[in-house]
Ligand binder design. Structure first.
Ligand SMILES: [Zn+2]
Length: 154
């Protein structure tokens, strides 16, 4: 049994919404992903994190690239880092192993996209593959901040 997961997160990894805005955004994401149907497998989780937490695309992550030298970053380095910070990253500052450049984790080149967030709306088994640009814009308006979507396969 595998799951498709669609996460919607603020574009800024440090940003958190006020609760009324969060509730509006959750209601909208629920409606847009089929979660209002009577007979649906869609499940919505809403999480608030103290520190930016990785929103991993899991099996959809094929490559992590360096934004500085463009090399492919060692997968074990990335996985160890994520495993050591399941409760969040006190800082996103990082020195990459390929060329020693100082950058931040949210600037690495993830294929497929990963993100970092202190607020996350997670949709399990959404009835849509992805939200459209227009739908994301309406969620951003409800939340009061630009949003990104991360699609994972577990
Ligand atoms: Zn590099």
């Amino acid at each position: 049994m595998s799951d498709d997961v669609l996460s919607v997160i603020p574009a800024d990894p440090h940003w958190q919404p006020e609760h009324p805005a969060a509730e509006r955004a959750v209601a909208l994401v629920t409606a847009l992903t089929g979660g209002l149907g009577a007979d649906t497998d869609v499940e919505i989780d809403v999480d608030w994190y103290d520190d930016p937490t990785v929103v991993d695309s899991a099996q959809n992550l094929e490559r992590v690239g360096c934004p500085s030298c463009r090399a492919t970053i060692d997968r074990a380095w990335w996985e160890d880092l994520v495993e050591a910070h399941e409760d969040g990253f006190p800082t996103l500052d990082v020195t990459v192993p390929c060329c020693g450049a100082a950058t931040t984790l949210d600037r690495l080149d993830y294929d497929g996209p990963c993100g970092f967030a202190r607020f996350e709306i997670t949709v399990w088994n959404p009835e849509t593959d992805a939200l459209s640009e227009e739908q994301l814009a309406s969620v951003a308006q409800a939340l009061g901040h630009p949003v990104r979507q991360i699609r994972a396969h577990l």
